[in-house]
Design a protein around this ligand. Sequence first.
Ligand SMILES: Cc1cc2nc3c(=O)[nH]c(=O)nc-3n(C[C@H](O)[C@H](O)[C@H](O)COP(=O)(O)OP(=O)(O)OC[C@H]3O[C@@H](n4cnc5c(N)ncnc54)[C@H](O)[C@@H]3O)c2cc1C
Length: 607
Amino acid sequence: MSLRPTVDFLLNDWLGVEALNQRERFADHSRETFDAVLDTCERIAREKYAPFNRTVDTQEPHFDGERVVLPQATHDAHQAYAESGMLSAAQDYRLGGMQLPYTVEAAANAFFAMASVSIGSGMLTVGNANLLMAHGSEAQRRVFALNEFAGRWSGTMCLSEPQAGSSLSDVATRAVPDGEGFMDDPLGPRFRLKGNKMWISAGEHELTENIVHLVLAKIPGPDGKLPPGVKGISLFVVPKKLVDASAQLTGERNDVALAGLNHKCGWRGTTNTLLNFGEGKFPVRGAAGAIGYLVGQPGEGLRCMFHMMNEARIGVGMAATMLGMAGYHASLDYAKNRPQGRPVGPEGKDPSRPQSRIIEHADVKRMLLAQKSYCEGALALELYCARLVDEQHTGAPEAADEARLLLEVLTPIAKSWPSEWCLEANSLAIQVHGGYGYTRDFPVEQYWRDNRLNMIHEGTHGIQAMDLLGRKVLMENGRGLQLLAQRVNATIQRAIHTPELAAHANALGQALAQVGAATKAAWATANPAEALANAVPYLQAFGHTVLAWIWLDVALAALAAPDSPARTGRLGAMRFFFHYELPKTGAWLAVVSRRDPTCAELPEEAF
Ligand SMILES: Cc1cc2nc3c(=O)[nH]c(=O)nc-3n(C[C@H](O)[C@H](O)[C@H](O)COP(=O)(O)OP(=O)(O)OC[C@H]3O[C@@H](n4cnc5c(N)ncnc54)[C@H](O)[C@@H]3O)c2cc1C
């Protein structure tokens, strides 16, 4: 079974992505060039990633005392990915890029996430380089970003610290000016950093010649104290090996040391590290302290980091989606081949009758259809959000602004919804396999372990929920929520006149009204502690409503296509979502609307 027909349908029949080539930036592109990119990525993923997914799980990265060792397959996959040009696919021609729409880039990267999410396809490196393109100086862009796009160096994001995960305002890494003349360094104002960064993905390896760390740190005030809160956070580019202004290695090692590798539940193909900055293991010019160059203005670090958050969070949502999809495809294949049991009813009582294949049982079909509705729905959502990113960057001013605001509201869903529901899909994929699914002889347990990360990193589920209800639906006087409601209503209006969809259109209209009412009820007392006590059920209900909208819109495109098994499947998955999933929103929104204090008020000693 291939993912490609689903991707092609969503990109072409549903999103009409080819129309983007009417824009100046994408004028050289066509359906053929988009297809060629997808073909290449599909092939590399099939040849260099999929066969090694189990290898990278069982041969965990290890430190041999000098360097971190990864399987050869990881090196080969990275090389093939870099050579494909995908790291710079979205960049200008003048920078060696392809000026590819982000929608197509995201779709192409989906093949790698499905084949082996943890071998990785440069998400951090591209995010790091994009940030430098937006906020770095000319020299930082030329020296660091361009070499990352070229695949010569790779990138990290160093936000978290052992004592500062969700609460980044408590970051304690210090950055002090590096002597006299620190402002005159060609690579930017030069500082010395000291501190510990925890959980840093791809923080140490030998896959590339150098590693470019982007590090959040605070510059102490005249009293020597670190400024409080997020406004005191600045951003620094800290290379593992020092380089000069012409991007040549100087031969000096920067004072960034691997303190240890974290041994993870899944996603083991990517190293995860505790890094010590500036502890003197690799003194630079005779002194402890990692050399870092300020990016942007002091105190603007988190704002710069957030520049890349939308795309990073779509990337996380896409990874979660494709892990779910991998489990769906594996369990569908298994269900078609596993004989077990006989039909319900008199004919099934005859033991001489051959056994049914488990796909013939209604409950197995339920588990398969749930996976299909979660994963193909999530893929549609991610591609829709990616299309909004293209609109934000290349649309007419009003449309670009709408896309920006819609993305603000939809990004917590794009990140969190697949993290929760495509993980649930992975659990169902194990269930479809029965006991075999619980062994390492089948791939589905690894997909679940790999996917379990996605509710945790890039802002936990709880933090995303508070961002949605506490900030996003309120911002600009609720204009983002109104814009989303307009789009949902436009789909409802198109569907209401279609006999197969009219009842679902009505159900969606009701769910949307309930989300709006619950938003108001949550904030009725204007007390954040009351409003946000049930932020996660709100996120779940909001997400399910968004997914119901996406499915209804996809169903309109499916109905316009000729009859085929794929069309029947899409409409079946849509119906599943409306019949089995959307009704759940009522229970979630009830506790939100009541500002239910059951959890918030239970005293600690009562647990
Ligand atoms: C495999 C992996 C890779 C990672 N990669 C990177 C990386 O490359 N770079 C990087 O900087 N970080 C990375 N992280 C760190 C990740 O972003 C953090 O783990 C995450 O932000 C949560 O922080 P924490 O682990 O300290 O948990 P905590 O912040 O301690 O949270 C623990 C629990 O408490 C909840 N909680 C915390 N605060 C609140 C609150 N105010 N209200 C309600 N609930 C709250 C959380 O939702 C969570 O359920 C990675 C983590 C992992 C596991």
